[in-house]
Every structure is written in structure tokens, then in C-alpha cells.
Ligand binder design. Structure first.
Ligand code: FES
Ligand code: FES
Length: 79
């Protein structure tokens, strides 16, 4: 099975709204980063759904190697 591909070696800063759900692309193949656009169908991966608790800016992982999906944990610095 294909692995996650690196969309970018840095997080995506994104303004999220309290109560809204977001589908983070785990496979790295979406054209609508950092969110899923359905391109994972060619893999065995699925998006990670997260619900924003606050209206704020969050940092979604762009390298897809984070240990704390869907957010950046700094792992991209080692790639
Ligand atoms: Fe993936 Fe930071 S962008 S860990
Ligand atoms: Fe990557 Fe859906 S397109 S998880």
C-alpha cells in the first residue's frame, strides 16, 4: 500500500471556527491542503476528522508524519 506523501515540509496555518468539523488529509494527496479532497481513494488511508473547540488559528501537519494527527508536532524539521 502506498504511504502518505509529504504535501509540504511545514505546517498549514488555518483559521478554524468553534463547533465546525474539518477533515485533515492524512495521505498527502489532496489538492486542497491541508484538507481532504477524496484523493485518498487510491490508498488505504482516510482523513482525520477534527472538531474545533475554539475559533482560532491552528497548525495542521503538512508533512503527514506527525505523531499527533492532525496537528504539527515539529517532526517536519527532521525530514
Ligand atoms: Fe508535519 Fe510539522 S508539518 S510535523
Ligand atoms: Fe488525503 Fe483524503 S485526500 S486523506
Amino acid at each position: 500500500m502506498p504511504d502518505a506523501v509529504i504535501a509540504q515540509r511545514a505546517p498549514f496555518a488555518m483559521a478554524v471556527e468553534a463547533g465546525r468539523k474539518y477533515a485533515w488529509c492524512a495521505c498527502g494527496r489532496s489538492s486542497n491542503q491541508p484538507l481532504c479532497d477524496g484523493s485518498h481513494k487510491e490508498t488505504d488511508m482516510s482523513p482525520v476528522i477534527t472538531k474545533a473547540e475554539r475559533t482560532e488559528t491552528v497548525y495542521f501537519c503538512g508533512c503527514k508524519q506527525t505523531a499527533v494527527q492532525p496537528f504539527c508536532d515539529g517532526t517536519h524539521k527532521q525530514l
